[in-house]
Design a protein around this ligand. Structure first.
Ligand SMILES: NC(=O)c1ccc[n+]([C@@H]2O[C@H](COP(=O)([O-])OP(=O)(O)OC[C@H]3O[C@@H](n4cnc5c(N)ncnc54)[C@H](OP(=O)(O)O)[C@@H]3O)[C@@H](O)[C@H]2O)c1
Length: 279
């Protein structure tokens, strides 16, 4: 039995689908099984008893903790439950650039602390450190539909935008295959792209030009109500703008034996999200 945490989210939904397609017995975890439907089990990283029940009889688990100040705590709580239940393997979704920055509120520091819980556990482990998800572009859908420019806080900063389906496929390989124990994979798409490059590819998919507009980081951060999240976002944008995330790896090709999906393909497949009913 494989346990999928974060099963209702972007990566977890695809991992659940791939395991079902492969006929691998799997258990999806959510805080609200009624909402999730199907055979999901209840599990909350804040509730150790629910984690004990969710991990019972599980041989391998996908550990996906949502971004927030409790991320590392959630990783630790899950690892404690998994160790007690004798889970043999944990695959953690981390983030590219995970490292101790000296600021425990940073995404990078939170994931680094979570990684330490996993790599220090008695279970075998694989860490996936994805780059920026292609699906984040869905946040631009309303602007694109309204014919407005996409706000750009990262200037000419380039990133190896990754299709979450490739992250999920790597996670499934690590959960079900051999040769991945003790490995840390930085997972990126095939190309380094700026926000302007992404806008151009969305424009190509929908058949009209999509513009971008530079927005100062402080101005964009001021619009985020949660101060901790605003600070983390501002740091992330500055890092990307400075070229810090200009990284492309061959993890998808190395593990899956095929090329990573590009952002152009993602935009083409998701173009309806950026089009008005009229097209
Ligand atoms: N977006 C990016 O560009 C990017 C890049 C690199 C790394 N990442 C990392 O990827 C992860 C996010 O992945 P995603 O986008 O697939 O997730 P997502 O779509 O945001 O979904 C979050 C999931 O976490 C679950 N969850 C939240 N709080 C929970 C709790 N207290 N107990 C149990 N489950 C809880 C939710 O389940 P229920 O609501 O059903 O309980 C949901 O399935 C984060 O760790 C983020 O740092 C993201």
């Amino acid at each position: 039995m494989i346990l999928i945490t974060g099963a209702t989210g972007t990566i977890g939904t695809e991992v659940t689908r791939l395991l079902a397609q492969a006929g691998v017995p799997a258990r999806a975890m959510t805080r609200d099984p009624a909402r999730a439907g199907g055979s999901a089990v209840r599990g909350d990283f804040e509730d150790p008893r629910s984690l004990a029940a969710a991990t019972a009889g599980v041989r391998a688990a996908l550990l996906l903790t949502g971004f927030g100040p409790r991320l590392a705590e959630h990783d630790r709580a899950f690892v404690a439950a998994a160790e007690k239940a004798g889970v043999g393997k944990i695959v953690k979704i981390s983030a590219i650039g995970a490292q101790d920055t000296g600021d425990p509120g940073d995404v990078a520091s939170q994931h680094a602390a979570g990684e330490r819980a996993v790599t220090g556990s008695s279970a075998a482990w694989t860490i996936l450190r994805p780059s920026m998800f292609a699906t984040n572009a869905l946040a631009w859908a309303d602007a694109v539909k309204a014919g407005q420019p996409i706000p750009n806080m990262t200037g000419g900063g380039r990133q190896g935008i990754v299709d979450p389906r490739d992250i999920a496929a790597l996670a499934v390989a690590a959960l079900t295959g051999s040769g991945h124990d003790g490995r840390v994979y930085e997972v990126t798409g095939p190309d380094l792209l700026t926000v302007a490059d992404q806008a151009e590819l969305i424009g190509k998919a929908i058949g009209r030009r999509v513009e971008t507009v530079d927005v100062p980081i402080e101005q964009a951060a001021a619009q985020i109500p949660d101060p901790a999240y605003a600070r983390a976002a501002a740091k992330g944008w500055a890092f990307i703008a400075s070229g810090g995330n200009a990284v492309v790896t061959t993890a998808v090709r190395d593990v899956l034996g095929r090329e990573a999906r590009g952002f152009g393909q993602w935009a083409e497949e998701n173009k309806k999200a950026f089009q008005n009913n009229a097209g």
